[in-house]
Write a protein that binds this ligand. Structure first.
Ligand code: PEP
Ligand code: CO
Length: 453
């Protein structure tokens, strides 16, 4: 068990309230918000402190190069597209990717969903113009609705309760799937083989698929019972989301009866986004006192001094696995911007888990007005991230991906070579464009090749 005892002096779950809190909605009814806060504070935790400590330990392995992390899921979970099938399909693609990455890295892969709580979005502008009308921006289903009307866009605190309830049902199903047989290694491998067989380009990955096949046969030949061995059909699956709406995160923060420390029991891991990572503001204050593993996005403007200050603030006791930095520079900027940060952190001896988010620095608007990303940019940013780590002698600990198990047409390229003229066909995201299942698996095979190189 990893012991952490670092809540800063004077920290309380609500100490963020005296600081600037960016990206918070204007709740129209203060009394309703207070009622909702009290209701959430009385609900059971979604995760246990002991689980969060276990995850810190698993991420700590990845800091030291003994594991790789796959963090993946929707940009924004949706209240309207909620159902068992969509949760299953998202889990399925993450498990398929994880098997490929496990083989590629020759290391355990920590599976961390952007799921069961990823309902709030930071926006670059508080309003947007739709058909000539100025409306409040959509901030995620935890806050308001994405329909383009003034009524739908009003912040409604009852949505915090709905987000909690949907998170609880989602997590319940994930726990059942991952411990109840759905995560069987041979089954997942078969799904991957179907993918490899189904397309010409997929055959490029036959080497890896055959390697996995051979490994399974070898294990069976050694007398390992592939059916009864628990580790081959159950997996640990962890939840994470951006800790954006602090009203919600505070209400789900509990003091652990074993350690006496505070944990945000809305998810195993929480991160802050590029727009809310300012050192002397509310979001970092909140993360500094909870004992979960935490993360921060790091965009192109981050300086080595800023990154070191974040390390000191969020991980003063230098516990491996406590702090993840998720870089999201854009494919063309990694080679210049990442090495100085890696060197600074390495020289100070901070144990940081470095992850690559190859999505958020590579978004652009296609003709026709839809936000999209190119598959080649996504894989390209991961490749440049690996190269930067190789240059500095640090470990590229994982990747952070926006995807869905559905057959959407939101990102360009990949196995099916989706073009700009196809984006309108199945574009269902409520926020950023996601990789579809075959693009996600294509990416996993590509990353496995990088890991093996
Ligand atoms: C996100 O992860 O969906 C996001 C908004 O990222 P960032 O804070 O890096 O822009
Ligand atoms: Co996003």
């Amino acid at each position: 068990m990893v012991a952490l005892h670092f809540s800063p002096d004077g920290w309380t779950p609500d100490s963020w309230r005296s600081l600037t809190a960016r990206q918070q909605p204007e709740w129209p009814d203060e009394a309703a918000l207070k009622r909702v806060h009290a209701e959430l504070a009385g609900q059971p935790p979604l995760v246990f402190a002991g689980e969060a400590r276990q995850l810190t330990g698993a991420l700590g392995q990845a800091v030291e190069g003994r594991a790789f992390v796959l963090q993946a899921g929707d940009c924004a979970e949706s209240f309207s597209e909620f159902g068992a099938d969509s949760i299953r399909d998202k889990l399925k693609i993450i498990l398929q990717m994880a098997v490929v990455l496990t083989y590629g890295a020759g290391l355990p892969v920590v599976k961390l969903g952007r799921i069961a709580g990823q309902f709030a979005k930071p926006r670059s502008s508080p309003t947007e113009e739709i058909n000539g009308e100025i409306l409040p921006s959509f901030r995620g289903h935890m806050v308001n609705d994405d329909l383009p009307t003034a009524e739908a866009r009003r912040a409604n605190p009852d949505r915090l309760v709905q987000a909690y309830q949907q998170s609880a049902s989602t997590l319940n199903l994930l726990r059942a799937f991952t411990k109840g047989g759905f995560a069987d290694l041979r089954q997942i491998h078969q799904w991957n083989q179907q993918f490899v067989a189904s397309t010409d380009q997929g055959q490029r990955f036959e080497d890896i698929a055959q390697g996995i096949e051979a490994a399974l046969s070898f294990m069976a030949a050694c007398g390992i019972n592939l059916t009864s061995e628990d580790t081959l059909h159950q997996v640990d699956f962890w939840t994470s989301h951006e800790a954006l709406i602090l009203e919600y995160e505070e209400a789900l923060t509990r003091r652990d009866s074993i350690s006496g420390d505070y944990y945000d029991c809305s998810a195993h891991m929480l991160w802050v986004g590029e727009r809310t990572r300012n050192l002397d503001e509310a979001h970092i204050e909140f993360l500094a006192g909870i004992h979960n593993p935490v993360g921060s996005k790091i965009g192109p403007s981050a300086t080595p001094a800023e990154v070191l200050a974040l390390c000191e603030r969020l991980n003063p006791e230098r516990v491996p696995g406590r702090l993840t930095l998720i870089t999201r520079f854009g494919v063309d900027k990694v080679a210049d911007l990442l090495p100085p940060l890696l060197e600074a952190v390495r020289d100070e001896g901070h144990p940081v888990l470095w992850m690559c988010d190859p999505m958020h620095g590579n978004t652009f608007t296609a003709e026709g007005g839809r936000k999209t990303r190119k598959f080649t940019d996504v894989l390209g940013e991961v490749a440049n991230f690996f190269a930067a780590h190789r240059q500095v002698g640090t470990w590229p600990g994982g990747v952070h991906i926006e995807l869905t198990g559905d057959d959407v047409t939101e990102c360009l390229g990949g196995i099916e070579d989706i073009g700009e003229d196809q984006l309108h066909l199945r574009y269902t995201t409520t926020c950023d464009p996601r990789l579809n299942a075959s693009q996600a698996l294509d990416l996993a095979f590509g990353i496995a090749e990088l890991l093996r190189a």
